[in-house]
Design a protein around this ligand. Sequence first.
Ligand code: GDP
Length: 197
Amino acid sequence: MQIHSAQFEISAPDLDSCPESDLPEFAFIGRSNVGKSSLINTLTNKHNLAMVSAKPGKTRLINFFRINQKWDLVDLPGYGYAKASGQTRNKFNVMVSDYLVKRDNLSCVFVLIDCRHEAQKLDLEFTAWLIEYQIPFVLVFTKTDKVKPTIVQKHIDYFKKAMSEFCDGLPRIYTCSAKTGTGRKEILQFIDQAVVN
Ligand code: GDP
């Protein structure tokens, strides 16, 4: 897929404030600092579409971007925002789970995982929750330029093994690097096919 246009549309603090739309939506989520903003910028070829912030958890709203006038890219707040208080964190969770469970035009969730670490409890819990609610998702292992391919594969295998404890089939898995552009083509191809169908 070629990206002809990518524009910021709106930020929503909750599900009720999300724009009415018939276009398919592809949501991106992961732990703070996983490389979500960098991947969004790489996918859309816009270096500041999602502000790359060194400060974890800067995005606290549901951000909508219209791509090619055909689909919406939805940037969800990072989970595991360590600096948020319990009450604030709870508000995030309600906002994100409401969106994921109730948004009719949500096509697929991209769950981003830092390939440098062994399977993290929070990521596994989140994927288990998506499965429980039958929300379609794929996994994207980020920052692959930072470690050797054998380490990336080892961590993917650990994650798959951990997931097999609570799910029958495994989700589609992508690897990416915002630095080298690895994985961009494959992820856009997946979205393209989903948009057409
Ligand atoms: P977010 O909090 O998930 O949006 O993460 P960011 O996109 O802001 O990235 C967090 C940090 O990781 C930044 O310093 C980025 O430059 C860096 N980063 C993100 N993706 C990559 C990648 O693919 N390769 C490398 N080497 N660094 C990355």
